[in-house]
Design a protein around this ligand. Structure first.
Ligand SMILES: *Cc1c(COP(=O)(O)O)cnc(C)c1O
Length: 461
């Protein structure tokens, strides 16, 4: 299954990479100081390999996306066939293509309920931009153009366009370019371990929900357009909300006529053990934004899925919805995504996640919770996080400040052949949905071994 090994000139590639290629989210001087990027050359199943042939278990499914694993011939074949038949055509000229139509229909089927209308884009960020434009247009057509405010959450991640960075709640992103753009507001994230350590789950939940209601009342209920949140915050540190949070959030939105938007770019397509994260939490959003696992990362495509109530307003009251991308509904990307969803269905990946691998991950992490450096090890579906603490039984951090321990443990995990992320002081994981229970055990074992190895260095912070 694996792609053939090729002989590359590593020194030459590193030189070109440093001279010309700008990697994402990077400190360019640091990349140079460490002797260049790690060049990844091939991948198979749940593993990938660097240019030196070192094998890594992919605990991050690429970047939260490779649900069906690497090396899927069916996806390569469908891309090849589609590129020969119709490599490209736009949807600006009252035109459509077969894969885009079939994919929209497939997505509407698995989303169910009123989420029946699909707008395609190429990335999660674009999916969020589309959502924003739909929401603004909808309220304008409903005669409420003053509903402009968007409420999202601290450490939420909604992409890296100006709008995505503004709607997201990442302070480092806001600082870089005077974001957020106007009308963006942020409330607390439902991060009990950090923000409600001594509270009961119920009290913390009510406080987190109240922060939304307070913000709506502060802004004026008739000024708020939408509340946007990830069912489980991903890049914010795999923040799993307390029991009951989402149902109560939904009730607050309905009470004030605020649209409920779930950013399902990570949770969508099986990650939480249902097709979508909002299904896991039993709520009915008006719009969902999706990307990543839609194509398992094999092709850049995203989908903004809109309720029929909103679509009817756009249709009957509107003129042109003046929005679209050159690559909206790209036929090759749509064909790959459609095949990807078919693979997920044929291999029962969503039910397998819910019934087998997610419970197994939860059990393996429970074991890790007794480790002296671990304050909490949580998971939902195949999303997990391990909180590193300086003092067992507390949420005290090494060096008295968050963000010092995480990168140290992460780097040791990577050295030990497991790709995970260190977000502040947690190690987060999001393995491909095709991982088996042995793969999960291996992942958790490497984290445990890496924590043991890290101890001496952590104590020096
Ligand atoms: C990754 C992500 C995005 C942005 O997707 P891109 O494809 O990187 O533009 C948006 N929202 C969430 C929740 C994400 O995880």
């Amino acid at each position: 299954m694996s792609a053939p090994k090729r002989n590359y000139n590593k020194a030459e590639l590193i030189k070109k990479d440093l001279a010309h290629h700008m990697p994402a989210q990077a400190d360019y001087s640091h990349i140079e100081a460490r002797g260049g990027s790690t060049i990844i050359t091939r991948a198979d199943g749940c593993n990938f390999y660097d240019i030196d042939g070192k094998e890594y278990l992919d605990g991050m499914a690429g970047l939260w996306c490779v649900a069906v694993g690497y090396g899927r011939k069916e996806l390569a074949e469908v891309a090849y066939e589609q590129m020969l038949e119709l490599p490209y055509y736009n949807s600006f000229f009252k035109t459509a293509n077969v894969p885009a139509i079939e994919l929209a229909t497939k997505i509407a089927g698995i989303a169910g309920g009123k989420l029946q209308h699909v707008f395609f884009n190429s990335s999660g960020s674009e999916s969020v931009d589309t959502m924003y434009r739909v929401v603004r247009r909808y309220h304008a057509l409903m005669g409420q153009p003053e509903r402009k405010a968007f409420i999202a959450r601290t450490n939420g991640y909604h992409g890296s366009t100006v709008l995505g960075a503004s709607l997201g709640g990442m302070s480092a992103m806001h600082a870089m370019d005077d974001a957020p753009v106007p009308d963006m507001h942020h409330i607390m994230q439902p991060y009990k371990f950090n923000l409600g350590f001594d509270e009961t789950e119920e009290a913390f939940c009510d406080r987190a929900v109240k922060s939304l209601e307070d913000k709506i009342l502060e802004l004026g209920a008739d000024k708020v357009a939408a509340f946007v949140a990830e069912p489980i915050q991903g890049a914010g540190g795999v923040i799993i909300p307390p029991e009951g949070y989402w149902k109560k959030i939904e009730a607050v939105c309905r009470k004030y006529g605020v649209l409920l938007v779930c950013d399902e770019v990570i949770c969508g397509y099986g990650r939480t053990g249902e097709w979508f994260g909002h299904q896991t939490y039993g709520v009915t959003p008006d719009i969902i934004t999706t990307a990543k696992q839609l194509s398992s990362g094999y092709a850049p495509i995203s989908a903004t899925i809109i309720s029929s109530d909103i679509f009817e307003v756009l249709k009957t009251k509107g003129e042109d919805f003046v929005h679209g991308y050159t690559y909206s509904g790209h036929p090759m990307c749509a064909a790959v995504a459609l095949k990807n969803l078919e693979i997920m269905e044929n291999e029962n990946l969503v039910a397998k996640t819910r019934d087998i691998t997610a419970p197994h991950l939860a059990k393996a992490l429970k074991r890790l919770e007794s480790h002296e450096l671990v304050g909490e090890a949580r998971s939902k579906g195949l999303l997990g996080a391990v909180e590193i603490v300086a003092e067992k039984g507390t949420n005290k951090r090494f060096g008295g400040k968050e963000g010092k321990a995480g990168p140290i443990v992460r780097d040791i995990c990577i050295k030990n052949g497991l790709m995970v992320r260190g977000i502040r002081d947690s190690i987060v994981m999001c393995p491909p949905l095709v991982i088996d229970t042995a793969g999960i055990d291996k992942m958790v074992d490497i984290i445990e071994k890496s924590l043991n190895e890290a101890k001496a260095e952590l104590l020096k912070i």
